[in-house]
Design a protein around this ligand. Structure first.
Ligand code: CA
Length: 229
């Protein structure tokens, strides 16, 4: 699964430039032209980062950033604000609203990429494309590979997302409902039993390397990934 970046911007030229630059780096880009579209995209599943223009038709970027930071389900999504030079004085307001960084227009694709990498690294190393390792189990988010002891394990797409989420948050218990929000998105209706089915498949996929034991059932609570027994 590649890293998903949501661009919220109403100027076609900037959308095109940013999408081109990010595609080239292997990021998966999504576009929204206003915050209404952005809200729908986010509800389909949290992106790894949002590039958010300040001046948008309808609700402003800054109001949307505040909204994201108020919601516990979206508060951890890193946000980079795009501002016009004339708004530079307002940057403090942007950072107060919860933006992680800002870029002043006009900017170069290189500058944006550097900021994106820095913000991703700060927030979540896995979202920067870095390999996740727990107890010898290795997940490569860019190459979409899982291996242990030099053996490549066959993991289906949903199980991969589930594993990536759990490996990025080890030793924490997640309820089935929380896993649905994080792995499937809040817009989808999924029965909690479905989570059990995918956990079972994930364990089966990890079993050849004996790593199925990493996925632990916590009775009455949910699931946890832990290298400790
Ligand atoms: Ca704009």
């Amino acid at each position: 699964m590649s890293i998903r970046i949501l661009i919220v911007e109403d100027e076609p030229a900037i959308c095109e430039m940013v999408t081109y630059a990010l595609d080239e780096q292997g990021y998966q880009c999504q576009l929204a032209h206003d915050t209404r579209q952005a809200r729908t995209r986010v509800a389909d599943g949290n992106p790894d980062l949002i590039v958010l223009d300040w001046m948008l038709p309808g609700q402003s970027g800054i109001e949307f950033a505040r909204e994201l930071k108020r919601d516990p389900g979206t508060r951890d999504i890193p946000v980079i604000m795009l501002t016009a030079r004339t708004q530079e004085a307002d940057v403090v307001t942007g950072l107060d609203a919860g933006a992680d960084d800002y870029i002043t227009k006009p900017f170069s694709p290189r500058e944006l990429l550097a900021r994106i990498k820095a913000v991703l690294r700060r927030g979540a190393p896995h979202a920067a494309g870095e390999e996740l390792v727990v107890d010898g189990l290795r997940l490569d988010p860019v190459g979409h590979r899982v291996q242990a002891d030099g053996t490549e394990l066959k993991v289906g797409p949903t199980e991969f997302r589930l594993l990536q989420f759990l490996m990025a948050h080890p030793d924490r218990v997640y309820s089935r409902g929380q896993l649905i929000d994080q792995v499937w998105g809040r817009n989808v209706y999924i029965e909690e039993r479905t989570v059990d089915v995918h956990v079972r498949r994930l364990r089966e996929a990890l079993a050849p390397a004996g790593r199925d034991r990493l996925i632990q059932t916590v009775r009455g609570a949910g699931y946890r990934l832990s290298g400790k027994d």
